[in-house]
Design a protein around this ligand. Sequence first.
Ligand code: ZN
Ligand code: ZN
Length: 143
Amino acid sequence: MVKKEIEKNDFKNLLKKGGLKSTPIRLNILEIFSKNNKPINADFIFSKLKGITDEATVYRSLSSFEKCGILKRIDLRMSSIYFELSDINHHHHIVCTKCGEIEDFKESEIIERFLLKIVKDSRNFKNITEHSLELFGTCRVCN
Ligand SMILES: [Zn+2]
Ligand SMILES: [Zn+2]
């Protein structure tokens, strides 16, 4: 109970930092993101908020969250757009191209060092400011 209160306040701060007013719907959406530790799309959120809000409001909220940097767009090569909270530990994704199962994997030092080497060896680039890494394949169920 106490933990939930803290989370709600965190979301309020997040919205404030993004220059957005706290509304029940916005707080609900952020709560859904923090409860589901994987990229989610508008359909998923709408299914959780059915009867509480309409699709247009969900889409509008997602777009303003993305603009102010609360959410990060993840390209999973699916027909819909997936988002994740920007404020979580840097990590990457593995996606099943058959059923859409998504798994996170943590950043590893080897990957990080490898990326730095790529930039060091590059003729035209001096630094990288960010990167994303998504792997595509089939999960154990679909294989
Ligand atoms: Zn993720
Ligand atoms: Zn699968």
